[in-house]
Design a protein around this ligand. Structure first.
Ligand code: ADP
Length: 625
């Protein structure tokens, strides 16, 4: 024992004190001593000297051992107290021990004092340790009370095998509406609604005791009210039982708020998905974070996931992507919105869509641009309508122009033969002309009369066709016969103009009979051959036909001025002529091909042409057999 021990001697006799010191020093050479012999000095020493052990005489003139013992057990109960006395009877010894003395030693056997002191110090040490342990327990209990029972967080401990509650705190009792007695008579199942009990049983079967569990449950209060909780639990040993300490968080409000948020999000989503405009949101890197259904349709994506996180460059792999990305980037950098920009896209089927797009920057609370929101209105139909309107306007203007040209033509086409007829008729009266000249005049009158008749019948036919009034006279006819008649009718006319009329019968069967209107077929031929004669100054005109399946294909070809491809459709429209200038070289009213087209269609066939300008024109038309 190396440490320094403070020894307090309560002794009036100096000599006895010395004897005591000598004995103690044998055992505790490091000890120091103080001596007192009255009450006041004793109390003062205890309070200032803090003795490790007190050695007291039993009988003193102004003090006594028992009183000292009583004072010591009040002020410093842990300090060992040894009574040293000259004589002691048994009662005194019992009194001393009862009053808390550690030991007593007779002056006769003072040699025992050393070992007695040693024992007392040892016992005191043990007692002190016990006291410390007791204090720790007491402290822990206070802490436990504070941390468990008074904790505002509802909590309990339950037995993992029986599910019985072993401990519950005030907050939990208050929240669930039970008294402590009621609560501790229940088990976990009693605070769960039916549907949760099954889950609990599954859960406890499989749960690993040693892990911290976090989970959401529905719990039931004493009054039957259900509420949502989030629990955290962990394994503990409680009174030698396997148990779990459970912390309960009422999340009913949070859940309600979450559900409300989900409902609102759903509503918003339904709204934006059902709007007929494209709506999307992009982040500061121009990546899509929201795309509504209309937007996905424009992109040609089936799910939103296909486009989320991607820029336009990644979504559209062409110029459209570069265009969109450049706009987005500029907007993010400058904050200047894109307003009402007409843009086109191609959907999954390659169909072009036009959108009127506006993009607006999104900012955070500090005004920093965090992304953009884009809206696109479909304007494909409007654009189509606009184009149709423009086309209709152009058509109306063209039609107006054509009508004017037609009227000018007509007046020319009608006046010319009429003037001839009137002029030559007047000359017939003139006696200056002989009968030869007069028969020449009559021929002119007849020719011009025929021209006039043709023009008038063209107009009549066209009006009838337009009004759907023209009736066909269907009867069996020989194609070859028609062709022969046409040939003999026109070969002379052609010859007089230095053109050869030829009949291409290379591919013809001996004869084909069809049921149709021969008069109208001939009328079509008359128009086509008439045009060929008009527009061919040298070379040939060829007529022919061949059977093609259920149809006969007729054709009239010439080596005339030909027709530029851009007029191949237009010349079949009424009043259409390639040359519409006033100084037209060739006559005509622009009705012949329109009438022919209508007639062929009425007969059940179609009409078209092949031609090379300055080389040839080849008109084809079909008639069903
Ligand atoms: P038109 O009375 O003016 O001949 P058509 O309807 O018969 O009226 O023909 C319309 C236009 O088609 C003609 O004005 C002419 O410009 C062109 N055309 C028709 N047939 C021929 C042809 N065989 N060769 C060249 N141009 C032709």
């Amino acid at each position: 024992m190396d440490r320094l021990y403070r020894v307090l001697l309560v002794e009036d006799e100096l000599y006895d004190a010395e004897l005591n010191i000598r004995e103690i020093k044998k055992i505790l050479p490091n000890s120091v001593f103080e001596r007192v012999d009255c009450k006041n000095a004793f109390i003062k020493m205890i309070e200032t000297y803090f003795p490790d052990i007190i050695i007291s005489d039993y009988n003193m003139p102004s003090f006594d051992g028992l009183s000292a013992l009583k004072i010591a057990s009040e002020i410093c109960p842990a300090t060992p107290f040894i009574v040293v006395t000259g004589s002691i009877n048994e009662d005194t010894a019992v009194d001393c021990m009862k009053a808390g003395a550690t030991d007593y030693v007779l002056k006769d056997s003072l040699k025992r004092l050393g070992s007695s002191v040693l024992n007392a110090l040892e016992q005191s040490k043990i007692r002190k340790e016990r006291m410390d342990a007791f204090k720790t327990i007491q402290l822990n209990e206070t802490k436990y009370r504070y941390m468990f029972h008074s904790n505002p967080q509802p909590m309990w401990i339950y037995d993992v095998e029986t599910l019985a509650f072993l401990e519950v705190n005030e907050a939990a009792l208050k929240h669930y509406g039970y008294t402590q007695e009621e609560f501790l008579l229940m088990n976990l199942k009693d605070i769960l609604p039916k549907n949760e009990i099954e889950r609990l049983l599954d859960n406890t079967d499989t749960s690993d005791y040693q892990h911290i569990n976090t989970d959401e449950w529905t719990h039931k209060k004493k009054n039957g009210e259900l509420f949502s909780v989030e629990i955290v639990s962990y394994f503990i040993i409680f009174h030698q039982r396997n148990a779990r300490h459970v912390l309960i968080n009422d999340i009913t409000e949070r859940k309600k708020a979450e559900e409300k948020l989900i409902r609102e999000r759903k509503l918003l989503r339904t709204l934006i998905d059902n709007l007929p405009v494209t709506i999307y949101v992009k982040d500061a890197e121009c990546r899509k974070i929201i795309a509504n259904r209309a937007d996905m349709e424009v992109i040609g994506a089936k799910t939103e996931e296909e486009v989320l996180g991607k820029t336009d460059m990644e979504i559209f792999s062409n110029d459209i992507g570069a265009r969109g990305y450049a706009d987005d980037k500029r907007l993010i950098e400058t904050g200047i919105p894109v307003l009402n920009k007409e843009e086109f896209f191609y959907d999954a089927n390659g169909i072009q869509h036009w959108l009127l797009t506006s993009k607006i920057p999104l900012t955070d609370e500090n005004g920093k641009i965090t992304g953009l929101v884009g809206i696109g209105h479909h304007i494909t139909e409007q654009r189509k309508m606009q184009a149709e309107l423009v086309e209709a306007k152009e058509k109306a203007e063209e039609s107006d122009r054509l009508k004017s040209a037609f009227l000018a033509n007509m007046s020319h086409e009608i006046r010319t033969p009429l003037n001839s007829i009137i002029g030559f008729s007047e000359l017939l009266d003139d006696p200056d002309f002989d009968s030869d000249r007069k028969s020449e005049f009559i021929k002119h009158i007849v020719d011009n009369g025929n021209s006039l008749l043709m023009i008038i019948s063209d107009i009549m036919d066209f009006s009838m066709l337009e009004a759907g009034q023209l009736k066909l006279r269907q009867q069996p006819i020989s194609v070859k016969k028609i062709m022969n008649e046409l040939f003999s009718e026109y070969s002379h006319k052609a010859e007089t103009r230095g053109i050869q009329l030829r009949f291409d019968d290379s591919q013809n069967d001996p004869d084909i009979m069809i049921t149709s209107d021969s008069y109208r077929i001939k009328q079509v031929f008359n128009n086509l051959i008439g045009n060929s004669l008009k527009f061919t100054s040298e070379g040939f005109i060829e007529i022919g036909y061949k059977a093609k399946g259920e149809e006969i294909e007729f054709h009239v070809k010439d080596s005339g001025i030909g027709i530029s491809p851009k007029f191949h459709q237009a010349i079949f429209e009424r009043f259409r002529q390639v040359d519409t200038t006033k100084s037209r070289k060739y006559g005509g009213n622009g009705l012949g091909l329109a009438i022919s087209k209508n007639l062929v269609q009425l007969l059940g066939g179609k009409i078209w042409l092949k031609s090379e300008p300055n080389q040839y024109s080849d008109f084809f038309f079909t008639i069903p057999i």
